[in-house]
Design a protein around this ligand. Sequence first.
Ligand code: HEC
Length: 113
Amino acid sequence: MSTRNILLASLLIALSGCQPKVPKEYAAKATEWQLADRTGCFMCHQTGKNLLGPSWENVAERYRNNPDAEAHLMNKIANGGSGAWINREMPGYPESLLTEVNRKVLVDFILSM
Ligand code: HEC
């Protein structure tokens, strides 16, 4: 690699570091990812493994083929609660923190995993 290419490559890495990192496998859902990131969901949730909250892949797996999944999760994110996975509280997100439209975007995103 020429010096110029190395400089260019480092510049690109530096620039991409300024944006919330979207994992490659979710590149097609970058908008949804960034919404979750902005809202702070990733403080407690991670893809691929359980953090404080369950990994969203596990959530999708559990509710696959469940016709009430969307309604249940819409409600859970709005009001919070515990006991479905662990004895820890998921915080509620009222309209002022997450609009209903965006709540649905996140529920659909999670269920699509
Ligand atoms: C402070 C930590 C924390 C944050 C922040 C958080 N969660 Fe959770 N989440 C949890 C915990 C703990 C649970 C498990 C609750 C349970 O066992 O019922 C959970 C569970 C869930 C579930 C599964 C609910 C169920 O009933 O199966 C979904 C979906 C979810 N979270 C989505 C989100 C979304 C979307 C956000 C951001 C808007 C978010 N979480 C932010 C801690 C958090």
